[in-house]
Design a protein around this ligand. Structure first.
Ligand code: BGP
Length: 461
């Protein structure tokens, strides 16, 4: 028996810079992502020192999208989350007019999806912006970015208003704190004051995009996108509970502003305590107040633990964390915690009382191709099955869940490491870390599993 709603959206999520390739084709400008050949956690290159990287071709979705979309359809997708590369539309970010070839490209993608009855679900900015904006304006550190983003958002809402009714503003906006270059376009080493100032500009821009979307595409829905972290206290010592509360607030402050429309008290206190002073213009707070998102979307890969004792922390991939002895880890050290998804869904729904959407979830793992060509990724099936069972539990708890798009339904370039070997797909792509491979696509065992899950609207879990 299924408990997923009849109109539940099932599918997968990809991002332009991790799949498209064609990094300099058809008038596209360089993006911040093009300057990170070794992933978001490494220092970025400058225009002069730029060397070719695996993302330059990625999985060649730019050319192979008809085949890939047909495979998504074969699995039964009724939704595909994808992003527009801002630098295809405005190559430098501050251009007066859009690049028509860039606009035409996404028209082709949306038309292809329409042919297959797949709902496009579009992220305006997934960890990238035109690189020139960081050179000329210091990224989101400069208020001018709000106007440039507004022009970009207006352009794509107007261009695609008949084709796209589901939008997101910034991917994992709360990662700006940990990976400032991909988030707000500031170099590593930027101060907290600079990063929070840039985040303020980004939050105003996000609010403006919400308002514009409501004006230009009245029957569309637009949400925010958070890295969905839930942090447990390491033990029941109240100091650990407060450490966990602070950690959850630190990640959810963005969601609080985007949903409740104002800076929460705990954040104002943090700014006071740290001597952080955010420059605002008249009207900023009104803009935030008037543009609450329609729904909350988030990625979920792992839970975390917090302790008041700093010695408990271990260095990890993306963020440092306190180990949880009750949980297993992925090959990349991410804690595997399906029940954490149920807890997070309840936590977010209780906090915001808005529909939720799981827009990323999955297991990054190395896959072995047998001599027969088969890929028996039972570990991936187990991971996703366990998480979807917990999503179903949350629905039974009363959470309003709109959909589930697994991360990387087709193998793509990893964001943190810029490697192919950290694979998430139901569809295997023959490409390797050294750039070798035919780019040929093949179905893994999980392909058939996901197809059955979707066909049964979750009853097969
Ligand atoms: C999220 C990003 C994605 C994606 C995913 C998996 O943070 O939104 O772009 O890549 O993480 O991370 P990774 O690719 O590092 O395994």
């Amino acid at each position: 028996m299924t408990h997923f709603p009849d109109n539940f959206l099932w599918g997968g999520a990809i991002a332009a810079n991790q799949v498209e390739g064609a990094f300099d084709r058809d008038g596209k400008g360089l993006s911040t992502s093009d300057m990170l050949p070794n992933g978001i956690l490494s220092p970025h290159q400058s225009r002069e020192e730029r060397t070719p990287g695996i993302k330059d071709l990625a999985i060649d979705f730019y050319n192979r999208y008809p085949e890939d979309i047909a495979l998504f359809k074969e699995m039964g997708f009724n939704c595909l989350r994808l992003s527009i590369a801002w630098s295809r539309i405005f190559p430098n970010g501050d251009d007066e007019a859009p690049n028509e070839a860039g606009l035409a490209y996404y028209h082709k993608i949306f038309d292809e999806l329409a042919c297959h009855d797949i709902t496009p679900f579009v992220t305006l900015s997934h960890y990238e912006m035109p690189y020139a904006l960081t050179e000329r304006y210091n990224g989101w550190g400069d208020r001018h970015l709000i106007g440039f983003f507004e022009r970009y958002a207006r352009t794509v809402f107007e261009a695609y208003k008949d084709k796209v009714k589901l939008w997101l503003t910034f991917n994992e906006i709360n990662m700006s704190l940990h990976a400032p270059f991909t988030g707000v376009g500031l170099p590593e080493g930027a101060s907290e004051q600079q990063i929070y100032q840039a985040i303020h500009h980004q939050l105003v821009a996000s609010a403006r995009a919400v308002r514009l979307c409501h004006d230009i595409v009245p029957n569309a829905r637009i949400g925010n996108m958070l890295l969905g972290a839930i942090t447990y206290p390491y033990n029941c010592n109240p100091d650990d509970v407060i450490a966990a509360m602070n950690e959850n607030n630190k990640w959810l402050f963005f969601g609080d502003v985007q949903t409740r429309g104002k800076y929460p008290g705990y954040m104002l206190r943090y700014f006071r305590d740290q001597g952080i002073d955010i420059a605002m213009e008249d009207g900023d707070l009104d803009e935030l107040a008037q543009a609450s998102v329609d729904f909350i979307s988030f990625s979920y890969y792992a839970s975390g633990c917090a302790s008041a004792d700093p010695k408990q922390k271990e260095v990890g991939n993306i963020v440092d964390s306190v180990p949880n002895p009750y949980l297993e880890k992925s090959e990349w050290g991410w804690l595997i915690d399906p029940k954490g998804l149920r807890i997070l869904l309840n936590f977010l729904y209780d906090r915001y009382q808005k529909p939720l959407f799981i827009v990323e979830n999955g297991l990054g793992a190395r896959d072995d191709v047998l001599h027969t060509g088969e890929i028996n990724d039972d570990y991936r099936i187990a991971y996703l099955n366990d998480h979807l069972v917990q999503a179903r539990e949350a629905i039974l708890d009363g959470v309003d869940l709109m959909g589930f798009t697994s991360w990387g339904p087709i193998d793509l370039v990893s964001n943190s490491t810029a490697q192919m070997s950290k694979r998430y797909g139901f569809i295997y792509v023959d490409r390797h870390d050294d750039g070798s491979g035919t780019l040929e696509r093949s179905r893994k065992k999980s392909f058939e599993w996901y197809k059955k899950v979707i066909a049964s609207n979750g009853a097969a879990l």
